[in-house]
Design a protein around this ligand. Structure first.
Ligand code: SF4
Length: 71
């Protein structure tokens, strides 16, 4: 399973994740975000938290714990 996924049904292509975390997210030809590096970092978790449509899903138990700690 991918650790990081973008739900393209929710993504509005605002580019916030790509601006915040360019190593991990890029805006693709469809003008929606895609994951280019499947590695969960604190920046990725923050990008997920700051996504306006909650389109970024992190499938990683450790990351979920980190996320809960950040909240
Ligand atoms: S921050 Fe969310 S809505 Fe904006 S481009 Fe990234 S995944 Fe899409």
């Amino acid at each position: 399973m991918e650790k990081i996924e973008v739900d393209k049904d929710l993504c509005i292509g605002c580019g916030a994740c790509a601006a915040y975390c360019p190593d991990t997210f890029e805006i693709g030809d469809d003008m929606l975000a895609e994951v280019v590096k499947d590695e969960v970092t604190e920046e990725v978790i923050e990008a997920a938290e700051n996504c306006p449509t909650d389109a970024i899903k992190i499938n990683n138990e450790d990351a979920k714990e980190n996320k809960e700690e950040l909240e």
